[in-house]
Design a protein around this ligand. Structure first.
Ligand code: NAD
Length: 469
């Protein structure tokens, strides 16, 4: 089914929210518009010696703060419209979670499954070179990250290529989502999914909102369906399951499965790795078509694949009371209106999947400081706490139960700090967005509130810094 251009859809949400702000029209137009789009076509030598033309883009939606930030996709669906829309979402996302970046997004139009590792390396390096030539990459300019079809491997190639050309002290901060040994940070791989979990958990904990939806407060026992078992979907499903929810359905490229009693996410991943498919998973029923997975009876639907998955045609058949947008733009603007009318709670992408960029921000800060978080203070903290607890023991005249001192005194490791920073960011942002919604009673949904939050923050930057020159 055909949909309105993605960027246009993002702007429908923008305009709805803009009505609630008092900012001048000219400023709103400047915030909404995409500042720059770089389009390139470069040659790739295939392993068989043939030459192929590959298309790539990098859109910088807003440079109101630098560097700009946003992932790089490898997909055949890539287009100028898509990168502009995704770059816009990055601007709003960074603003909502107070990550001091502007918004950008990149894409290369390939299906990675059709290329060898060596070919993907060559095209990743060439794309990086193209970005470097036109100043669309750099630790203080624009910092890519993984997205659909890319991961730590590609980020390492990008960092290496940039470093080879740029001879800068901070070159390693030109990209995030790198492997740990190459300047990456613990917790980045699972950050987006973990953030999705924190956001959904927080929403479910508000008793008043759950009552309105006819649901009990809390995540415990909530029935969840996840679309896409990739980086974001797998981790979101795993953390939701660990948090007490029951994963009753999973839908992937090859099909969908249903198990009202629950699906063990790790076992399913193993099954998929062994058999190449999620189908025929013991204890689950195969559905006739993957789209049917979205329509299963459940409390929470988590689309974590691509945009435009819930649209005007299937919106009426969605049974979930809560949609947690782990992917970017999974609900079309038309479907959004239909679902809002039905009182479905949509936890919007620009807030819910911001865990990735939040931890990317921590990685970038780590890269610029050239120091692992926790390295300086941990041992000192451990000693101080142990001394304190030993003193308490002496005064009370009774020892703590075995293991207590070790567990309480243990200082924070990098991963503890990253996860703590992520949790704090998502919780704070959720309540900031919800408070905006509450100020407008029933007239405002969470997405509109999230956009109001973002627009106000970007507008504040323009008003406090002024307009150059
Ligand atoms: P990924 O490539 O790791 O996983 C995507 C999965 O979706 C794949 O397993 C793919 O087979 C599956 N899929 C594709 N089409 C499908 C369909 N029609 N039905 C069911 N499954 C389908 O990608 P990812 O990094 O997990 O990204 C997923 C979404 O999350 C994208 O919208 C991306 O922009 C967004 N996102 C990713 C990050 C990140 O840190 N990776 C951060 C924020 C947002």
């Amino acid at each position: 089914m055909s949909h309105a251009p993605f960027f246009e859809q993002v702007n429908v949400h923008f305009e709805r929210a803009a009505e609630f702000t008092g900012h001048p029209r000219g400023l709103l137009r400047q915030i909404k518009t995409c500042n720059q789009v770089f389009h390139t076509t470069f040659p790739l030598r295939r392993d068989d010696g043939s030459i192929e033309s590959v298309e790539g883009w990098r859109a910088v939606h807003s440079s109101h703060k630098l560097p700009t930030k946003g992932g790089i996709r490898f997909t055949m669906r890539a287009s100028e419209d898509e990168v502009m829309a995704l770059a816009a979402l990055m601007t709003y996302k960074c603003a909502i979670v107070d990550v001091p970046f502007g918004g950008a997004k990149g894409a290369v139009k390939i299906d990675p499954r059709n290329y060898s590792e060596a070919e993907i390396e060559r095209l990743t390096r060439r794309y990086t070179f193209e970005l470097y030539q036109k100043q669309f990459i750099g630790p203080g300019i624009d910092v890519p990250a993984p997205d659909y079809g890319t991961g730590a491997r590609e980020m390492a190639w990008i960092a290496d290529t940039y470093e080879a050309m740029a001879h800068e002290l901070d070159a390693i901060g030109c990209v995030t989502g790198k492997p740990l040994a190459q300047g990456g940070i613990r917790g980045r791989v699972e950050a987006t999914g973990r953030g999705v979990y924190f956001g959904i958990r927080e929403a479910c904990d508000v008793a008043e909102d759950m009552r309105r939806l006819g649901l009990e407060p809390g995540l415990d026992g909530k029935r969840v369906v996840v679309q896409g078992l990739g980086n974001v979907g797998y981790h979101a499903a795993k953390f939701l399951q660990e948090g007490g929810a029951t994963i009753v359905g999973i839908t992937e490229f090859e099909g969908a499965i249903h198990a009202p009693g629950g699906i063990d996410v790790d076992k399913l991943l193993e099954h998929r790795q062994d058999s190449g498919s999620i189908l025929d998973f013991p204890g689950a029923t195969n559905l006739a078509a993957r789209e049917e997975g979205l329509e299963l009876d459940c409390d929470i639907l988590v689309p974590a694949a691509l945009e435009n998955q819930i649209h005007a045609e299937n919106a009426g058949r969605i049974q979930a009371r809560i949609i947690g947008e782990a992917a970017n733009g999974p609900v079309t603007a038309e479907a959004d209106a239909l679902l809002r009318d039905r009182g479905v709670m949509i936890i919007p992408d620009a807030f819910l999947n911001a865990g990735g960029v939040t931890v990317s921000y921590f990685e970038w800060v780590k890269n610029l400081s050239h120091l692992r978080f926790g390295r300086l203070g941990r041992r000192f903290d451990m000693r101080m706490r142990t001394t304190l607890l030993n003193t308490v023991e002496e005064h009370v005249g009774e020892p703590f139960p075995p293991g207590t001192i070790e567990s309480v005194a243990q200082g924070a490791q990098e991963e503890d700090l990253v996860n703590s920073g992520l949790e704090d960011t998502i919780i704070e942002a959720f309540h900031e967005v919800r408070d905006i919604r509450m100020q407008h009673d029933d007239r405002m949904d969470l997405r509109t509130a999230a956009f109001v939050c973002a627009i106000d923050k970007v507008a504040l930057t323009y008003s406090e810094r002024g307009i150059f020159p």
